[in-house]
Design a protein around this ligand. Structure first.
Ligand code: FES
Ligand SMILES: [Fe+2]
Length: 428
């Protein structure tokens, strides 16, 4: 059924009036400091939901594969394109005696490549790309052996719009498309498919994964934390720091089940009175290369949902840890992998159209450098913040109305953990 999403601020002037179930009061910060909570989160959130692991362009041919080290689940997985072109995932383990199947110099380093089969170098057994056994070595020594029981253990795998997801819960019955729900359906049709020019970076940060995600769920911090980077934004907004800010207040907030998005204003992808000389030379700025701007009018209805002229970015947070951000000329993914209650790995990938001239390439590099600086600014308070949250000096967050999505993330994580514990009979 066609339904009008809530994308504009309620008449009252408060976003929270559209989502009263989230409340307005202080919120416990225990989910960001407690080791006990983290163990439950691993079990009930990360081992139960669909998790984004990479784009299909990483598997261009039959036999293309990559591995992912999933420390939070104490496993490694292989994602591989089969001879039938189906993308599958497996635990990275040989069913003979448990050797790690695919790795090179360091067993804990992720690898990618292409192979006709999965081969175990311990005793030389080989497996088809669908996980079935091709041949053990020294068949004459195998007694009471059933080849059907000796398969590389599968992991559920599904693809939505070229994004590959895995699910470590063997009892899951929901497709990834159903799981991602309405927010995802309304951005289908975006030109996601490659080839892309991809820019990547990855870092481990000593803070809980949620407090980094929180920074991408509101733009309220823009004129303060990013004062140095957004010269034009702060120049225009300085006089009004205590008033509604048209450059940083969200254009739209939307919550759908476990997932959330917001649309916010930003620097237009074109020359402005604030454009720096280097930006004019390369014709690129924070929102991307000026000459590669995607036609806003042609976007799927879920993007720039208010059809605002001052549209800058849309930030989608798909539960639990996958952030998909759209700018004027491409999309960016952030994935947050917990490595402990107070640490996680962030992986950033920026996808642009392949440049056709040196100038375009340099323009992309300029945008990427700018965005990297912004992300570094976003991460700059987090390790000190985590240390102070751990001190126990405060017990609650005090979110404001522009921090609606932050409130939502913590609520749905805590709700899933509590539901999982109840199901186990542990209660809470
Ligand atoms: S452990 Fe793989 S062949 Fe023996
Ligand atoms: Fe930020």
């Amino acid at each position: 059924m066609e339904r009008d999403p809530i994308v504009t601020k309620p008449r009252s002037g408060h976003w929270s009036d559209a989502y009263p179930e989230l409340g307005r009061g202080p919120v416990s910060l225990d989910d960001c400091v407690s080791r006990e909570f983290y163990e439950k989160e691993r079990e009930h959130v990360f081992r139960k939901n669909w998790l984004y692991v990479g784009r299909v362009e990483r598997l261009p041919r039959k036999g293309s594969y990559f591995t992912r080290e999933l420390g939070f689940a104490s496993t490694s997985i292989i994602v591989v394109r089969g001879k039938d072109d189906v993308i599958r995932a497996f635990h990275n383990i040989c069913p003979h005696r448990g050797n790690k199947l695919v790795w090179r110099d360091d067993p804990f380093e992720e690898v990618e490549g292409q192979a006709p089969a999965l081969y175990c170098r311990f005793h030389g057994w080989s497996f088809e790309l669908d996980g079935s056994l091709i041949a053990p070595t020294r068949k004459d020594l195998l007694l009471d052996f059933d080849a059907d029981k000796c398969r590389v253990p599968p992991v559920q795998c599904d693809v939505w719009e070229g994004f590959i997801f895995i699910n470590l819960n063997p009892d899951n019955t929901e497709t990834v498309r159903d799981f991602l729900g309405e927010l995802a359906h309304e951005i289908e049709g975006y030109p996601f498919a490659g080839p892309h020019q991809v820019y990547r970076f990855k870092a481990e940060i000593q803070c809980n994964w949620k407090i980094f995600m929180d920074g991408f769920a509101e733009s309220y911090h823009g004129p303060y934390l990013h004062a140095a980077s957004f010269g034009n934004l702060t120049a225009a907004a300085k006089a009004a720091l205590e008033a509604p800010n048209p450059f940083t207040d969200a254009l739209a907030y939307r919550l759908e089940g476990l997932h959330r998005m917001f649309s916010f204003a930003g620097e237009p992808s074109r020359k402005t009175p604030y454009s720096k000389p280097i930006e004019c030379v390369f014709e690129a700025s924070a929102s991307g290369p000026w000459n590669k701007k995607i036609d806003v009018g042609s976007l799927p209805r879920g993007l720039n949902p208010t059809r605002s002229e001052s549209y800058g970015f849309d930030s989608f947070q798909f539960f639990p840890n996958f952030v998909l951000i759209f700018g004027a000329s491409g999309f960016t993914t952030h994935v947050h992998w917990p490595t402990g209650p107070h640490s996680h790995i962030i992986e950033v990938e920026m996808f642009y159209r392949p440049p056709t001239t040196h100038k375009e390439r340099l323009g992309q590099e300029l945008t990427v450098t700018f965005l990297n600086d912004i992300i570094l600014e976003d991460s700059s308070p987090l390790e000190g913040m985590q240390a102070m949250l751990n001190s126990g000096a405060i017990r609650e967050f005090h979110f404001n109305d522009e921090e609606l999505l932050v409130r939502h993330l913590h609520k749905v994580v805590v709700d899933q953990v509590n539901a999982g514990e109840e199901k186990k009979g542990g209660g809470k």
